[in-house]
Design a protein around this ligand. Structure first.
Ligand SMILES: Cc1cc2nc3c(=O)[nH]c(=O)nc-3n(C[C@H](O)[C@H](O)[C@H](O)COP(=O)(O)O)c2cc1C
Length: 353
C-alpha cells in the first residue's frame, strides 16, 4: 500500500537538481522529499540516504533508473563523438575519449536500496521483476513504478508495485517509457491518471504539469493519491539547479519546452536551445541512453561553467512558466494551502456547501 504523507505532494526526484537538502526540506514540511540517486555511485548514494535520515525522521523517497549495462557499437560511438566535436571546440575542450564507464551500476545502486531500506523507492526507464519488488518490500520499502501508459501501469501492478507514478507527457525530464516507442507513449496527465485509476486497484501518484495549488486540487479530484511535482521545485533555494538553468527557467517565454533525445539518447522534456534545434535532423542517429548522456557530460559541465545555455539539458515541464523561487518548505505548504482553498471554494460553488 502507498500511504500518502501528511501533504499529498511528492517532490519529484530530479537528477541534476534534487539532492539531500531539497529532499529533507520537503519531507520536513510534510510532503514526500525525493533523492535522485541515478547519477550517484553506490557509496555516495549510501551517504546521501544517511544524510537525509540525519536531517529528518519523516519518510522520504529514493529513485534510480532501471538500466542494463551498455555495450554500444564502436562505429556508432565514433560518429557520435564526431558529431559533438564542433561543440567541444566551442568550449575549448580537448578531443573526446571514450568514457571509463557509461553509467553507474544499477545492480550496486539496487543493493544500496536493499541495505539502507528507504521508506519509499521509485524506478523509471524500466521495470523490476516480482522477486526484486518483493525483496524491497520485505525490507520495509514501498515500491513505486513509473508508467507513461496504462499498459506500463498494468505491468508494474502485475509485479506487485505499491503505487504507480503516472508520468504524463507534460512532465519535465526524461520519459520513463519502457514498453513501446516514446511516440506511442505520449499520454497527457489527465488521461493517464484517469485511465489507471479507473482500470487498476493501485494508488496513483500523478506527475506532469502540476505546478500550483489548482493543479494539485485537479489531480486529487481525478482520483490520484498524490501529485508528483518536479518543475515547481527547480527554483527552490535548496535545489541544485545551476544559475544558468535558473535564468533560462525565469526567462522562458510561452511554450518553451520540447522533447529531445539529442542530449542523453533518451527522450526528455526541456527548454529548447541551440543544440536541441541543431540536432533535430539527426536525432534518430544518436546513440541510446546512457551512451550519449556520457558523451555530452563534459560538454554540459563546460557550458554550465561558462554560463551558456546553448548545449545544456535545461529539463523542465510544460508548466515551467509557473515555477517560483523560494524555500522548498514554503513551496510545499503554499501548494497545499492553495489546493485546499480551491477545493473548498469549488465545494461551496458547485456542491452548495
Ligand atoms: C530536471 C528534472 C530531472 C528529473 N529527473 C528524474 C529522475 O532522476 N528520476 C525520475 O524518476 N524522474 C525524474 N524527473 C521527473 C520528475 O520526478 C517529475 O515526475 C516531473 O518533473 C513531474 O512533472 P513536472 O516537471 O511537470 O512537475 C525529472 C524531472 C526534471 C524536471
Amino acid at each position: 500500500m502507498f500511504t500518502a504523507p501528511s501533504i499529498p505532494i511528492v517532490q519529484g526526484p530530479m537528477l541534476g537538481a534534487s539532492g539531500v537538502e531539497l529532499a529533507a526540506a520537503v519531507s520536513r514540511a510534510g510532503g514526500l522529499g525525493s533523492l535522485a540517486a541515478a547519477g550517484l555511485t553506490a557509496p555516495v548514494m549510501r551517504d546521501a540516504i544517511r544524510a537525509i535520515r540525519a536531517a529528518t525522521d519523516k519518510p522520504f523517497l529514493v529513485n534510480i533508473f532501471v538500466l542494463e549495462s551498455a555495450s554500444p557499437d564502436p562505429a556508432v560511438v565514433t560518429s557520435a563523438i564526431e558529431r559533438l566535436r564542433p561543440w567541444r571546440e566551442r568550449y575549448g575542450l580537448p578531443p573526446q575519449t571514450t568514457p571509463a564507464k557509461w553509467a553507474e551500476s544499477f545492480a550496486e545502486q539496487f543493493d544500496v536500496m536493499l541495505d539502507e531500506r528507504p521508506p519509499f523507492v521509485s524506478f523509471t526507464f524500466g521495470i523490476l521483476s516480482r522477486a526484486q519488488v518483493e525483496a524491497l518490500q520485505a525490507r520495509g520499502s514501498r515500491v513505486i513504478g513509473t508508467a507513461t501508459t496504462l499498459a506500463e501501469a498494468r505491468a508494474w501492478a502485475a509485479v506487485g508495485a505499491d503505487a504507480i507514478c503516472a508520468q504524463g507527457f507534460e512532465a519535465g525530464g526524461h520519459r520513463g517509457t519502457f514498453l513501446k516507442d516514446v511516440s506511442e507513449s505520449l499520454v497527457g496527465t489527465v488521461s493517464l491518471t484517469r485511465s489507471i485509476v479507473a482500470s487498476l486497484d493501485i494508488p496513483v501518484i500523478a506527475a506532469g504539469g502540476i505546478t500550483d495549488g489548482a493543479g494539485v486540487a485537479a489531480i486529487l479530484a481525478l482520483g490520484a493519491a498524490a501529485a508528483q511535482i518536479g518543475t515547481a521545485y527547480l527554483l527552490a533555494d535548496e535545489a541544485l539547479t545551476s544559475a544558468v538553468w535558473r535564468k533560462a527557467i525565469s526567462e522562458a517565454g510561452d511554450d518553451p519546452t520540447r522533447l529531445t533525445r539529442a542530449i542523453s539518447g533518451r527522450y526528455a522534456r526541456g527548454i529548447d536551445n541551440e543544440f536541441m534545434r541543431a540536432m533535430r535532423p539527426v536525432e534518430a542517429d544518436i546513440p541510446a541512453y546512457p551512451v550519449q548522456n556520457a558523451l555530452t557530460q563534459e560538454l554540459r559541465a563546460a557550458a554550465t561553467k561558462a554560463n551558456s545555455p546553448d548545449v545544456l539539458s535545461l529539463w523542465a515541464g510544460q508548466s515551467v512558466g509557473l515555477a517560483r523561487a523560494g524555500k522548498a518548505a514554503d513551496i510545499t505548504t503554499n501548494l497545499w494551502r492553495d489546493a485546499r482553498d480551491i477545493m473548498r471554494a469549488n465545494a461551496r460553488r458547485w456542491a452548495g456547501d
